[in-house]
Structures are given as C-alpha cells and as structure tokens.
Write a protein that binds this ligand. Sequence first.
Ligand SMILES: Nc1nc2c(ncn2[C@@H]2O[C@H](COP(=O)(O)OP(=O)(O)OP(=O)(O)O)[C@@H](O)[C@H]2O)c(=O)[nH]1
Ligand SMILES: [Mg+2]
Length: 241
Amino acid sequence: MSNKPKTITLLLPTLNEVTGLKTIFPTIDQSLFDDVLIVDGGSTDGTVEYAINHNIRIMTQLRKGLGAAVMDAVSILKTDCVIEFSLDGNCMIEQLPEIVQKLREGYDLVVVSRYLPPAKSYDDSLVTAFGNFIFTRIIRWLGNISVTDVLTIYRGFNVKIVKYPEFNRILYGPVFEPLVSAVAAVRKLSVYEIAGDEPKRIGGVSKMHVIYNGLCIVLMIIKMYLFKWFGNHEAYQTRNS
Ligand SMILES: Nc1nc2c(ncn2[C@@H]2O[C@H](COP(=O)(O)OP(=O)(O)OP(=O)(O)O)[C@@H](O)[C@H]2O)c(=O)[nH]1
Ligand SMILES: [Mg+2]
C-alpha cells in the first residue's frame, strides 16, 4: 500500500435541500477534507443561490437521479476517496472525523451504520426498515462480510470501487450505495462500520420512491450474483489493478 496520504472529498448531493444547507453545512468542519463539493439535481428552492453566495463549490449533475449525480461528480473528482453526506438531517456530523481517519488508514469502504448497536434509525418506516434488513442480508452473502447497513448514503469509499468495470455496467437507477457495498463484498475489499444514529429529516421532502428503489436494488443484486458466479472477477482484478 502506498504511503502517500489519501485525499478526500466531501460530496453533498442536494435536491431542494436549502433548509439543511443553511443549518447543517455551517456546522461541518471543512478542514477535515481536501475538497467539498455539492452536486445538485436541479433545485428550485434557493439551494444553488445559497451555495453560490457562500462560495460553496457546486456542480449540476448531467443525468437524472441520485445515483447518476454521485457518479457524475465522482467521475470529475481527482481525489482518492469520497465521503457522501446528506444535508437533509439524516446524517450527523459527529462521525465525519472517524470516517476520514479510517479512510486514511486504508479502508476501502467506511459505512456509518444505522443498525450497528447502539445506533438506531429515527427516520425508518416499517417498509424501509424491512428493506434495509433484507437487502443487507442478501448483499452480505455475496462476500461473507459482516456488514449491517448496505443502503445508507452516509459512507466514505475509495474511488477505485466505482472504477471497476462491473460498477458502471451494473449501475442503473438509485442503487449507487448498495452497489458500492456489493462490489466491496464480491471483491473482498476492507470494510469498516461505525455505529451512527439516523435522525429524522429536517425541512424539504423525501424524494425516495420505495417500490422503484426496491425493484432496482433487486435487479442490481441479481446482476451482482451473476457477476460473482460467471464474471471471472479475478481476471478483471488483474487487468484493472
Ligand atoms: N443531486 C441530487 N440529489 C438528490 C437527488 N435525489 C435526492 N437527492 C438528495 O440526496 C440526499 C439523500 O437522499 P435520500 O436520503 O436517499 O432520500 P431522501 O429524499 O432524503 O429521502 P428520505 O431520507 O427518506 O427522507 C438528500 O439530501 C436529497 O436532497 C437527485 O436526484 N439529485
Ligand atoms: Mg434522506
């Protein structure tokens, strides 16, 4: 492993999230990161204007959807690692220093888990709690890793994960985060989990479509199992390392 310190970007996806931007952004210690970037999905509530007026670096995503937003941003970033953070109140700033530390130690994926005791989600409904439970178990079996949360946005990862050829091929719809976890599982990358509560959203409205998201994740998991069984990922590994 290289001794060069890893560079880290804090990535903030926003879609009409001006309340969180005004209240949460000023509490973030920006000195933890090499770069801070908002990727916006076409907000009309003043999010973009606030960012520009406060000199916060912001880009507009090129394609539609949250997964595409993160992918578009990651593809122009030059840093080794990216931390995703949601400004809707679902992420707490307390875990940011530990994510940075673990990424710098060399972990490929660092997840703030809502289900690692004593953490708890205060934003889950019965349906999202059930979906999280089931999908986490199925993605675990891809690589026998003992993770407890594969869906949360709150995570840091080495960008090499999204550069594996299967990532772009399988990414379709709102599956960015579970796909990062699935690729890490199949490729037996190093994963670290930090327990962290998920508070309720503040301001704005949820843009998540439970049934569509669930279907896209099921499809992604099937493709990842096919890749695991028939994709000869060792060959990909050698070609792309
Ligand atoms: N750039 C961009 N950001 C998005 C998009 N959809 C959602 N977001 C933002 O991404 C962050 C995380 O979204 P999620 O937590 O997955 O979904 P949510 O809309 O917050 O739904 P709940 O968490 O259930 O309230 C939020 O701050 C959203 O504003 C999108 O299409 N483009
Ligand atoms: Mg949210």
